[in-house]
Write a protein that binds this ligand. Structure first.
Ligand SMILES: [Zn+2]
Length: 391
């Protein structure tokens, strides 16, 4: 048979098959579409138009009569929460929990967990906590409930319950030892504030027993020795910080230097300090100790240290300190008008520097002027290095 004739015969057949396939698909789609009540479409449409109240009412009323839509309703509740519409999320999840069609206990626990998340996000932590504590017996959701409880206990500064929960959550994959050591440090700090030294020291020991490398526990211990006038012990502990994590030196440099001053070992203190400057120029330690250096060190040596910092980590504060040294050093013999101009520039640099955010969370980028062991935004521990970042 001629090829052209064959094509002419087969082409309509393919066309017919395509048409039938199209019909079958369309039929399925129409059938499925018809199975969803009209109010669901109206609800989704309202949701897209941000008429969330109407969307919620339409969908909530529909689901009462359509038990197969519970999962859809659950997802919509999560969507509301993610949009920050906590009240509608709470209403949605509560309504599903009260549904007469909800008979599966695992699904009930799943919805309770979502409702607890809604309450937590809305700031109603007591209500979230009450639901989560009951979920601790849940077969599938106990772990998730514990994780959220741990977050709530930290927000509430309920460190004792946080410790118990974190220890329960601990696995070979993730031990929570960093978190638990910080919880003990928080307790220790609270005890020191109340002048309960015995319990303060007890919690520091607990922190170190959970995490031998807990820099914060050693800082607290060093500060305790310092405050007690036990300067040799303070120096011994503070110097451990350098080996544990030198990034935390800015937190103890001043008390370490003061310990040497109290022991009348100023030369040793200055030698150690200049060693730190050489080894860790990016830490901006000059900024912290400048007011001490200007008393105990030579102007030329201070200027060298500032130059070294400026070279490795230029910033407006160090620039202002350099100007200050020139102004204080009478040997520079600056004319009066030059001194006055230099003073203006110095103050401008200081004003500018005072407005900068000094610390940034490495996890969520939250910026702050004060240092936090736990980021106030993402609740991660040790995610902020105590180093001034902006210039
Ligand atoms: Zn953060």
């Amino acid at each position: 048979m001629n090829i052209d004739v064959l094509i002419l015969l087969i082409a309509p057949l393919f066309f017919a098959l395509g048409w039938i396939a199209g019909r079958i698909d369309m039929k399925t789609v129409i059938k499925q579409a018809k199975s969803l009540p009209k109010r669901i479409y109206e609800g989704i449409d309202a949701l897209i138009d941000n008429r969330t109240g109407i969307a919620s009412d339409n969908i909530l009323e529909t689901v009462e009569h359509e038990p197969q839509l519970i999962e859809l309703q659950l997802s919509l509740g999560k969507l509301y929460r993610n949009r920050g519409e906590n009240d509608i999320a709470i209403k949605t999840h509560t309504k599903i929990l009260n549904s007469q069609f909800l008979i599966d206990n695992e699904l009930r626990d799943k919805i309770k967990l979502e409702l607890a998340k809604d309450f937590e996000q809305a700031g109603l932590v007591d209500r979230a906590e009450a639901i989560l504590i009951k979920l601790l017996d849940s077969k599938l959701y106990s772990h998730y409930a514990s994780e959220l409880l741990l977050k709530i206990y930290q927000q509430d500064k309920n460190w004792q319950d946080a410790i118990v929960t974190a220890k329960k959550l601990s696995t070979s994959d993730y031990s929570y030892h960093t978190e638990v050591s910080h919880f003990y440090c928080e307790l220790a700090q609270g005890m020191f504030i109340k002048s309960n030294i015995e319990d303060g020291l007890k919690y520091i020991n607990y922190a170190l027993s959970v995490n031998k490398k807990c820099v914060r526990a050693n800082i607290l211990l060093g500060e305790y020795y310092f405050n007690q006038g036990m300067y040799k012990d303070a120096i011994k502990i503070f110097e451990i910080i350098e080996t544990q994590n030198h990034l935390y030196l800015p937190l103890i440099t001043e008390k370490l230097f003061d310990s040497y001053i109290k022991l009348n070992q100023i030369k040793e203190g200055l030698t150690l300090f200049h060693g730190f400057i050489t080894l860790y120029p990016k830490l901006n330690l000059c900024d912290i100790l400048f007011h001490k250096l200007i008393i105990y060190d030579k102007y030329s040596v201070i200027l060298d240290a500032l130059r070294s910092t400026m070279k490795n980590s230029p910033n407006s504060k160090i620039a202002s300190l350099m100007i200050d040294v020139y102004l204080k050093d009478s040997s520079t013999n600056l004319p009066v008008h030059a001194k006055s101009d230099a003073e203006i520039v110095k103050n401008l640099l200081l004003d500018y520097n005072a407005q900068l955010s000094r610390y940034r969370c490495g996890r969520c980028n939250f910026k702050a002027q004060t240092f936090f062991w736990q980021c106030p935004a993402c609740y991660d521990w040790e995610s902020m290095a105590p180093i001034s970042l902006e210039r």
